[in-house]
Write a protein that binds this ligand. Structure first.
Ligand SMILES: *Cc1c(COP(=O)(O)O)cnc(C)c1O
Length: 370
C-alpha cells in the first residue's frame, strides 16, 4: 500500500466516500486552454453587472485597516440585516457565503445515525455537507423537476434533523408557493429543522415572493439562509447569512470560526445592502435577460424549466456534454448538470444583454439552427 492510499483510509467514512463540489469553469482556465480572447461565463449564477460602485468605494476605505482582525461578531452587518428584516440581532448568523451556514448546520445537527432530507435535483451542497458529517441523506424524487413536499415529508422520521429546501431551487429554478411551504414546515416534528435556502430570494417578483421571515416567530425550527453572492453581486467576497430563532443562532455561533467573515466582506455587504438602486437594476436586467433567453429557446424549438432565479435550465433533448464542449470552443462557459441527474440539460446564468446574445448565437450555431 502506498502512503497516499494509507492516508486516504485514515479519513472518516463520510469523507472517504465524498465527491467534491464541481464549480463552474473559471474564465482564466478556458483562456489558458484555448487561447481565446473573448470568453463569456454564464455558469455560476453571478451578477453580470459587477459589484456596485458604492461597494467598491467602501472597500477602498476599509483596505487601509487590513492589518487588524475583522469584527468577529459582525456587529455592523448584523445590525443592518436585523433592522432591514425586523428581527433581533441575535437571530442573525453570518457565514463565509451561505454555503458555510449550510455546513455549520450540518456540523451542529448531524452525525452518523442521523438523517437529512432533500429533493432530487436539489443544490449539490446538501449531499456534501450531509455526507461529510457522516449522516444519511434521504432523497425524495422530484415532481416535474420541482420539490415534491409530500414525498419529502414522507421521508422525515425521528432520526431526521435537517430538511433542506432551496426556493427557488438551483439548478431547476422551480419555486414553491408560500402556502405549500408553510404547511410543510408546520407538519415537521419539533426534532427536525427546516433549512429554507433562499439564495435567489431577491430575484422573485412581488407575486412570487414568500414572506418566510414572518414565519420565524411561529416556527422555532425554521432557518432561512440568504446570500450576497447573487443579486448583491459579491460572490468573490463570500458573505451569506441565516435568520433563525436565537437558540439556533447561538448553537451555530459555537461552531463557527471566530473570524469567518473578513473585513472587506463585512463592509462590502453592509454597503451592498444599502444600495437599493443596484439591486433593482440587477433584478430588472435579469428579467429582461430571462425574456431574451426564453424567446430564443422557443424560436429554436427548445423546452426550458420556467425559473424564478437568475439562471435557466434548457432541455437539449440530447446528451448535453458535447454541446457544452462545443460552446466552450466558441468561448461560452455554461453549466452542465448531469451531476444533478439532468444529463440533457444545460444551466445558463442570465448575463448582460450582449452576453446573452453571444450565447444565443453560439448555441444556435452549435445546434445547427441557423
Ligand atoms: C449560490 C447558492 C448558494 C450560495 O452560495 P454562497 O456563495 O456560498 O452564498 C446557496 N444555495 C444555493 C441553492 C445556491 O445556488
Amino acid at each position: 500500500m502506498n502512503s497516499k492510499s494509507m492516508v486516504a483510509q485514515l479519513a472518516v467514512p463520510g469523507v472517504q466516500a465524498l465527491v467534491p463540489y464541481i464549480p463552474g469553469k473559471p474564465v482564466e482556465e478556458l483562456e489558458r486552454e484555448l487561447g481565446l480572447s473573448q470568453i463569456i461565463k454564464l455558469a455560476s449564477n453571478e451578477n453580470p453587472l459587477g459589484p456596485s460602485e458604492k461597494v467598491l468605494s467602501v472597500i477602498n476605505q476599509v483596505s487601509t485597516d487590513l492589518s487588524r482582525y475583522p469584527d468577529g461578531n459582525g456587529f455592523g452587518l448584523k445590525t443592518a440585516l436585523a433592522t432591514k428584516y425586523n428581527v433581533s440581532i441575535d437571530q442573525v448568523t453570518l457565514g463565509n457565503g451561505s454555503n458555510e451556514i449550510l455546513e455549520l448546520l450540518a456540523r451542529t445537527f448531524l452525525q452518523p445515525g442521523l438523517e437529512a432530507v432533500f429533493s432530487q435535483h436539489a443544490f449539490a451542497v446538501y449531499p456534501i455537507v450531509t455526507q461529510a458529517a457522516g449522516a444519511t441523506a434521504k432523497i425524495a424524487p422530484a415532481q416535474e423537476y420541482a420539490h415534491d413536499l409530500g414525498a419529502m415529508l414522507a421521508l422525515v422520521n425521528d432520526k431526521t434533523r435537517l430538511v433542506f429546501i432551496a426556493n427557488p431551487n438551483n439548478p431547476t429554478g422551480t419555486l414553491l408557493s408560500a402556502q405549500a411551504l408553510k404547511q410543510f414546515i408546520g407538519a415537521l416534528p419539533e426534532t427536525c429543522l427546516c433549512v429554507l435556502d433562499e439564495a435567489y430570494y431577491e430575484y422573485m417578483d412581488a407575486e412570487q415572493a414568500v414572506d418566510s421571515i414572518s414565519w420565524l416567530t411561529e416556527y422555532p425550527n425554521l432557518v432561512i439562509t440568504r446570500t450576497f453572492s447573487k443579486a448583491y453581486g459579491l460572490a468573490g467576497l463570500r458573505v451569506g447569512y441565516s435568520l433563525s430563532s436565537s437558540a439556533i443562532a447561538e448553537l451555530l455561533n459555537r461552531v463557527r470560526q471566530p473570524f469567518n467573515n473578513n473585513s472587506l466582506a463585512l463592509a462590502a455587504a453592509e454597503a451592498a445592502l444599502a444600495d437599493g438602486d443596484y439591486l433593482s437594476e440587477s433584478v430588472s436586467l435579469n428579467q429582461k435577460g430571462m425574456e431574451q433567453l426564453s424567446t430564443a429557446f422557443s424560436s429554436m424549438g427548445l423546452e426550458w424549466i420556467p425559473s424564478a432565479a437568475n439562471f435557466v435550465s434548457v432541455n437539449l433533448q440530447q446528451d448535453a456534454m458535447p454541446v457544452y464542449q462545443a460552446l466552450l470552443k466558441k468561448g461560452v462557459i455554461v453549466r452542465p448538470v448531469a451531476n444533478y441527474e439532468m444529463p440533457k440539460f444545460l444551466r445558463i446564468s442570465i448575463g448582460t444583454t450582449e452576453e446573452n446574445q453571444f450565447f444565443i448565437d453560439a448555441l444556435s450555431s452549435v445546434l445547427g439552427k441557423r
